[in-house]
Design a protein around this ligand. Structure first.
Ligand code: SF4
Length: 974
């Protein structure tokens, strides 16, 4: 009875918000008792996950009440060494005063000495704006060490990419290839879609060195050697072209296959698309005066001339004597030798299998063509009575991207998808707003050191999409201007920056020393750095005068981690349940194939301790430093706080385009474009925190070249220009950089030591080459590829402190094929060493039939340093868990004598970190081994940290009041 009475009086509440236990952004319902989180489930009314929740999402409760929470601003104790994790609490006012003074001085003298790099945050529109207004180009998020190749390789080809940018239309597909993906950012939606696809009889083929995650339910697993996917795609292209099974209509009209390429080797336009000087260029960023060859009339004509069937093969001569050929002819020549037998020797997949898989694609396109009765008009004015599609869909991610040949491999995949005629058509790949973007998008990075001026915002954002040497961010000698060397000749298309190079470059002072490095939610002293041991040394290294080589390090995070030990100033962030967030159309929204969708988070519980959302920190600093966009004409503060900023900020004074696209206008009755609405947050909160704007059916397909869609996109702020987005099978952006490297052009050229590199890798057509590290490795001594994967129950290191999730993944093994293990004298479950030419770890072996024999692998970021994440020093994560990063180099070898010529271990096109290129050998460890190596001195707790992960957390019971007090009182380590 007493229990019944208590239940009746309990204060129960349900609030909706958006999950952030991984990057997927599902809608959740948070159930509260007495203001404490009782449990979390999926929101059935949310379009993304439709009520589905995963293990991570449901465990948010243990993130919220984690003993590893940082709860107070902390300053390194005077006299304490950096890295020793000795801190004392300070007030927020003291923290802001320190930052205002330090950053104000940097901004007034040399703004690039402030670097802001962020991890897997979802606020890049704000952090990028902050950097731009500060005037520093030294800004990027985590993309450079994640999947920048996936974004760049696809966007430089089709104007969109996977996940937030687009994806496989599994509702209509019949055949689905998933490549290089275990668990995905698009987690629950992909699981829902694959489940429906399988129930409807679709065939699912997983191409991956390892069969885990989604691949576990694939109809066929095709093991492939890491870093060889590009060769497989080239062989598929060979088969499609050799059997004349590509989609002629799609390729001819919606790609640049028919556009004529200049073959005059003496010309500085060699290899570029020929332009008709008599015709208007139109937008110079996207010239519209390219030519086709009219085979019937035997003459060149403007591209897309009505009634003309352009040639796709052959060599021709223009009236002025210029030899030309359609770009498709060059693609045909490129893939001629890429036979299945050639690819079999590289990939480990038999030629027979490659032929069969290509045959399945061809047969599915032929026998299952989709025709929808949707009338639409293309960008050249031709009306089509139907939308058609070939139901072969692909999804790929970091397994392809995280190699030094990833950009060109992904280009090959994008070209394959295009030749199959599957781009933004039913059953194939579909874009998500605001994509498709132009190829390349029109935003450019700064292109000269003069772009950086004291007390002045940058004229452009710090990141962008170079289209020619003129867009690179280099000095007069061709040297880099950014601290990570992005957009230099070393990594010209580094569209997401190179976060993995920042600490090494700043430590070395190459290209210059910086003063303050601010890191937000990135574990750069552990799983987010290559060469982790050395990076940890760099973070504490000093000049002879005793000054740290990186003088001031600010770390903003919600949890104690390996990284916080190295901070000079720690700013405690809130959890996702304690703050406002905007998954904005200006950033990475959650759009669906049928139209734009954005979403928000709203606080469901108050901040813990003195935690403050990082957005509020940025708004406060921007206001104190009087950034123009954050200051009124009278010099006063413009935005009260982050929610106020989101409501009132617009991209330009009267654009009507802001962070959120729903319920705009003073009455909230406008969508996408409209005046600020003071009640916008309330509207989102009332509507499951999500706004969905379905497009009319006629605008939902073929958006690269759908005339009315392109007009609509310009009118609603999704695109700046309305030119059609022709798919770039052949990339003259790449050719322009290659011409410069060859010295054929009069403009900017790479320094001599980079000419051969740029010339080789900036090929206008996709090609496969061996990962760069292979060329620097004795492959007989280190014969195995070693890769990591992210498990479904743990998002990188985010939930190492989560009392529930660490019961699923609290230690990790090196998985290997039993036959290979036997050859190396290794028993299942035994202790072994894995060694690369860069380092050695001791770990446990585990046999698995689902890994190809040349590969070993482990889960990412399960291993921890002792005491990190408030785990006890004897916790499994540090004693039986290990980090593969210790085996991975951040720089390629062979140039140690010449600092200026050291290259990041990255893709030479984009600077994407080549995590998966490392080669290792394995051998048995000592018979008495009981612990992984390397080991680290246990990190102490910091002031304000709740305690250690213990049984208290596991017995948490919401609404019983004493829980938080018990956690705070916890002392002993278990
Ligand atoms: S998939 Fe990601 S966003 Fe969705 S419920 Fe799971 S953890 Fe949360």
């Amino acid at each position: 009875m007493e229990h019944h009475a208590r239940t009746q009086n309990e204060r129960l509440d349900v609030k909706t918000t958006t999950c952030y236990m991984c990057a997927c952004r599902c809608g959740i319902r948070v159930h509260l008792r007495e203001g404490e989180v009782r449990y979390i489930d999926g929101n059935p009314e949310h379009p993304l996950n439709q009520g589905v929740i995963c293990a991570k999402g449901a465990s948010g409760i243990m993130k919220q009440y984690s003993p590893a929470r940082l709860t107070r601003p902390l300053m390194r104790k005077p006299g304490a060494e950096r890295g020793s994790a000795q801190f004392e609490p300070v007030s927020w006012e003291q923290a802001f005063e320190v930052l205002e003074k330090r950053l104000g001085t940097i901004r007034a003298t040399d703004p690039k000495k402030f670097a802001l790099f962020t991890g897997r945050d979802q606020m890049q529109a704000l952090t990028g704006l902050f950097a731009k207004q500060f005037g520093t180009p030294n800004y990027a998020a985590h993309g450079g060490f994640c999947s920048a190749n996936m974004a760049a390789g696809m966007i430089y080809t089709i104007g969109g990419s996977f996940w937030e940018f687009g994806g496989p239309d599994l509702d209509s597909a019949k055949l689905f290839f998933m490549i290089g993906t275990a668990e995905d950012h698009h987690s629950n939606p992909l699981k829902i879609a694959i489940s429906k696809f399988k129930r409807a009889g679709g065939r699912f083929i997983a191409i991956n060195p390892i069969r885990t995650g989604y691949a576990a339910i694939a109809d066929e697993w095709v093991p492939i050697k890491p870093g060889t996917d590009g060769a497989l795609f080239m062989a598929f292209l060979h088969e499609l072209i050799a059997t004349d099974a590509w989609d002629h209509e799609f390729v001819r009209r919606y790609t640049n296959a028919a556009e004529l390429v200049d073959l005059d080797e003496a010309s500085e336009n060699f290899g570029l698309f020929v332009r008709d000087p008599e015709r208007p260029v139109g937008n110079p960023l996207f010239p519209q005066n390219h030519l086709w060859w009219d085979a019937d009339a035997a003459r060149a004509v403007p591209h897309h001339t009505a009634g003309v069937m352009p040639a796709l093969d052959g060599r021709y001569t223009l009236d002025d004597g210029t030899p030309v050929t359609p770009s498709f002819a060059l693609l045909r020549e490129r893939v001629a030798d890429c036979t299945p037998e050639w690819a079999a020797a590289i990939t480990g997949i038999s030629a027979e299998t490659i032929r069969r898989l290509a045959g399945e694609m061809i047969q599915t396109c032929r026998d299952h063509r989709i025709t929808l009765p949707i009338r639409w008009t293309d960008a050249w004015g031709e009306t089509h009575e139907t939308v058609t599609g070939n139901p072969v869909a692909f999804h790929a991610m970091r397994g392809l991207a995280a190699h030094s040949n990833g950009f060109q491999s992904i280009r090959a995949l994008a070209v394959l998808m295009s030749l199959l005629g599957t781009i933004d058509r039913p059953g194939g790949f579909r874009h998500k707003s605001p994509f498709p973007r132009a190829v390349p998008p029109s935003a450019k990075p700064p292109n000269s050191p003069d772009a950086v001026k004291p007390n002045t915002p940058l004229a452009t954002g710090p990141l962008g999409w170079p289209a020619a040497p003129e867009d690179l961010f280099i000095d007069d000698q061709g040297g880099p201007v950014r601290i990570d060397k992005a957009f230099s000749w070393e990594y010209p298309l580094a569209v997401h920056g190179l976060m993995h190079s920042v600490i090494t470059n700043a430590w070395r002072g190459d290209p210059y020393p910086i003063d303050t490095l601010m890191i937000f939610m990135a574990n750069m002293a552990w799983n987010s750095s290559m060469n982790t041991m050395k990076v940890r040394e760099m973070l504490v290294d000093k000049h002879d005068d005793g000054e740290y080589k990186i003088p001031f390090l600010v770390v903003c995070d919600a949890f104690q981690s390996e990284m916080t030990a190295f901070a000079d100033l720690i700013l405690p962030d809130t959890t996702y349940l304690e703050r406002h967030d905007a998954m904005s159309m200006l950033d990475r929204p959650i759009s669906e194939f049928d139209g734009p969708v954005d979403s928000v988070r709203v606080p469901v519980v108050p901040p813990t301790g003195e935690c403050k959302p990082f957005q509020e920190v940025l708004i406060e600093l921007a206001s104190r430093l009087k950034f123009p966009a954050f200051t009124t004409a009278e010099g006063a503060r413009r935005f009260r706080d982050y929610p106020d900023f989101v409501i009132n900020f617009t991209t330009s004074p009267n654009s009507g385009v802001g962070f959120l696209s729903g319920w705009r206008g003073t009455d909230g009755d406008k969508a996408l474009v409209g005046e600020p609405n003071p009640r916008q947050w309330e509207e989102y909160a009332k509507n499951n925190c999500v706004f969905h704007y379905p497009l009319p059916e006629t605008l939902q397909y073929m958006r690269n070249c759908n005339g009315p869609y392109l007009e609509w996109a310009v009118k609603n702020g999704f695109r700046k220009f309305g030119e059609p987005i022709l798919i770039q099978l052949y990339s003259d952006v790449m050719q322009k950089l290659r011409l410069a490297a060859q010295g054929r052009t009069s403009g900017r050229q790479p320094p001599d030591h980079l000419r051969a590199r740029v010339e080789k890798y900036f090929d206008p057509l996709p090609f496969w080459y061996a990962p760069l590290e292979s060329g620097a490795t004795d492959l007989e001594r280190f014969p195995l590829a070693a890769v990591t994967q992210r498990p479904m129950a743990m998002y990188h290191s985010w939930d190492s402190q989560n009392a529930w999730l660490r019961q699923i993944h609290g230690e990790n093994y090196l998985y290997m094929n039993p036959l290979m293990a036997a050859e190396n004298g290794i028993a299942d479950g035994s202790w072994i060493y894995a060694e690369s030419q860069w380092g050695r770890v001791r770990c446990m072996a585990r046999f698995s039939e689902t890994v190809e024999p040349g590969t070993v692998w482990t889960w990412n970021a399960i291993g921890k340093a002792a005491g990190a994440w408030s785990l006890g020093p004897g916790a499994n994560e540090s004693q039986r868990g290990f980090l593969l990063n210790h085996l991975i180099t951040d720089e390629l070898p062979g140039r140690d004598d010449d600092v200026a010529r050291r290259m990041s271990n990255s893709d030479p096109v984009t600077g994407q970190a080549a995590w998966y290129d490392v080669r290792v050998r394995i051998y048995p460890a000592e018979a008495d081994a009981r612990q992984t190596l390397p080991q680290f001195a246990a990190m102490p707790a910091v002031p304000g940290e709740n305690g250690v992960i213990s049984r208290i957390a596991q017995t948490y019971f919401a609404g019983r009041g004493e829980f938080t007090a018990r956690l705070r009182g916890a002392t002993g380590r278990k």
